[in-house]
Ligand binder design. Structure first.
Ligand SMILES: *Cc1c(COP(=O)(O)O)cnc(C)c1O
Length: 236
């Protein structure tokens, strides 16, 4: 793919995001595109950043570490969008500006202890497993309130949003109820926990992001639609 490839795709994706937002009376600038760059070469990330991308999401701590060494000069915000093991929490804190995949009390406690020691506040999202899928991470909806309250009450963390990966469906319309549910959960938590900072919804991927934007996404996570097919699974 040439450099026009990624830049052109980003421009067209921005247009589609804006159109979806306008369809439901939202402002296009309320939605940010996050480049989901697992398995993608450094060159494509550079191209996307040159074309205006400012938010990147990586799934694996080790892969992010390698990439950040090479791309640390770029004006990028780095989000962790993959499952985080407790024993990698410290390393993750050194690499990421925000963790989108907080999903269990032990991890919340670990992150809080570490950030407090560092004298830092870490913005986080809670990942919710709306489809009750055994293969997916995320807190179950009925345990969300307790977990969110823990994040609110422990030092060093700021709950900014919710994130979800709904069950895969061919038809993007079939995932609309999941996106709507995540928005309702955020609105409910915001009110019950009195959390002004809880504004973000990270939902929608390459094949269903327009539906997610219509349902309130503030961050859509785009991998293949932006960078093209992943050349390799997992690695760089
Ligand atoms: C890979 C990945 C994406 C992007 O997926 P595409 O279908 O390529 O857009 C988004 N979110 C998460 C958590 C991912 O792992």
């Amino acid at each position: 793919m040439t450099s026009e490839g990624v830049a052109e795709r980003l421009r067209r994706l921005q247009e589609r995001v804006a159109e979806a937002a306008l369809r439901v009376g939202r402002k296009p600038e309320e939605v940010r595109i996050l480049g989901a760059s697992k398995g993608q070469p450094l060159e494509k990330i550079r191209e996307a950043v040159a074309a205006g991308l400012s938010l990147i999401g990586e799934n694996y701590v080790q892969e992010a570490e390698r990439k950040k060494e090479a791309l640390g000069d770029l004006p990028l915000s780095w989000h962790l969008i993959g499952h985080l093991q407790k024993n990698k929490a410290k390393k993750a804190l050194a690499l990421f500006d925000l963790i989108q995949t907080v999903d269990r009390p032990e991890l919340v406690r670990k992150l809080s202890t570490l950030t407090e020691k560092m004298g830092r506040t870490l913005p986080v999202f809670i990942q919710v497993n709306l489809g009750y899928e055994k293969t997916k991470a995320g807190v179950l909806p009925e345990d969300l309130f307790e977990l969110a309250r823990l994040v609110r009450d422990l030092p060093g963390l700021e709950l900014r949003g919710l994130m979800t990966i709904p069950p895969y469906k061919e038809d993007p319309e079939a995932v609309r109820p999941y996106f709507r549910r995540l928005r309702e959960l955020r609105d409910d938590l915001r009110e019950r926990l009195d959390l002004e900072s809880l504004t973000e919804l990270s939902m929608g991927m390459s094949h269903d992001f327009e539906v997610a934007v219509e349902e309130g996404a503030t961050i859509v996570r785009l991998g293949t639609a932006l960078f093209g097919p992943r050349p390799s699974k997992g690695g760089v």
